[in-house]
Design a binder for this molecule. Structure first.
Ligand code: XIL
Length: 307
């Protein structure tokens, strides 16, 4: 195969990207999107503040532009994200207790119902664990509604869209030795043992020199998969350039391919100039839309070739 998606499909995987609705009028961007990727994640348009700017008033316009583009092009959609401490609308930020819990569950139910049948995987809950060595939950207004808020969100999502895979998604969970990785692992183990509906774990995979791709990445992915969930690399980007960046991208791709239940990789943007990172060159295409060394390394690792 000569494209990322084509090569990934031959390995039984998908290869996706984050998409911003306001770039769908850029023909270079859309050309690469349509050619190279078979899965799409809305970069911001399906977050809580975007979909429910006023309580119980849902605005799907921008999200639908992305979802409809993906479906018309035969691409999968990853839903991102139903419950998160960040990018909450103002009305939700100041809520607490059972009022907030009910508002969160209403949001999960309404949005997952609206998109029922269109979403391959939902990031039901995003970034609920603390950084550092505590292994604790992140303090947030949602966490303060009670420790069971995560499982309540998963149960509501399952009831609303029984066909979607339901994922827990987080960052800095790549290194098996890290306390945060272990804490998420224990939660997934607990959910599986108690029948809480969870199907997948997403690894954001935002890497840079201070947070490099760990040598034990394959171990981490395999250990989670062994709990009986799929694993997905959901927001991949790697700071750097040239051969060293390409080798890290190759390593991540190989780690996923080595785990039968690693079902796909999503990069967090198309060109370096599309990246959420203000500076740097963390993606697979340069600002002109040209394939970088990192692109060729990923394609080769997937068994494809551009010639
Ligand atoms: C980022 C977007 O890329 C930015 O455009 C936005 O300003 C902030 O959020 N983890 C996540 C993503 O789960 O939703 C974040 O996306 C990047 C970190």
């Amino acid at each position: 195969a000569t494209t990322l998606a084509g090569a990934a499909q031959e390995k039984g995987r998908y290869f996706g990207t984050a998409v911003a609705a306001n770039r769908l009028s850029d023909s270079t961007y859309v050309g690469i999107l349509n050619r190279e990727f078979d899965s799409v994640t809305a970069e911001n348009e399906m977050k809580i503040d975007a979909l429910e700017p006023n309580q119980n008033q849902f605005v799907y316009t921008n999200a639908d532009r992305i979802v409809n583009h993906a479906i018309n092009q035969g691409k999968k959609v990853r839903g991102h994200t139903l419950a998160w401490h960040s990018q909450q609308p103002g009305w939700m930020q100041n809520m607490s207790g059972s009022t907030l819990r009910n508002a969160m569950l209403n949001h999960v139910t309404r949005v997952a119902t609206y998109y029922r049948g269109k979403i391959h995987s939902w990031d039901v809950v995003n970034e609920a664990f603390a950084d550092g060595s505590s292994g604790a939950r992140r303090d947030s207004n949602l966490q303060r509604t009670g420790n069971d808020w995560i499982e309540a969100a998963f149960r509501a999502a399952r009831a609303a869209d029984p066909g979607a895979k339901l994922c827990y998604n987080d960052y800095n969970t790549d290194n098996w030795q890290h306390a945060k990785t272990q804490a998420v692992y224990r939660m997934v183990q607990d959910f599986k043992s108690r029948g809480v509906p969870i199907d997948c774990v997403g690894f954001q995979a935002h890497f840079n020199s201070g947070n490099p791709v760990p040598n034990n990445y394959h171990t981490t992915l395999q250990n989670f998969a062994d709990l009986g969930v799929d694993v997905q690399i959901t927001e991949l980007d790697i700071e750097g350039s040239g051969t060293s960046q390409a080798e890290q991208y190759r390593g991540v791709t190989q780690a996923c391919l080595a785990v039968a239940r690693c079902t796909g990789i999503t990069v967090w943007g198309i060109r370096d100039t599309d990246s959420w990172r203000a500076s740097g060159t963390p993606l697979l295409f340069d600002g002109g839309g040209n394939k970088k060394a990192a692109y060729h390394a990923v394609l080769a690792a997937l068994g494809g070739s551009s010639t």
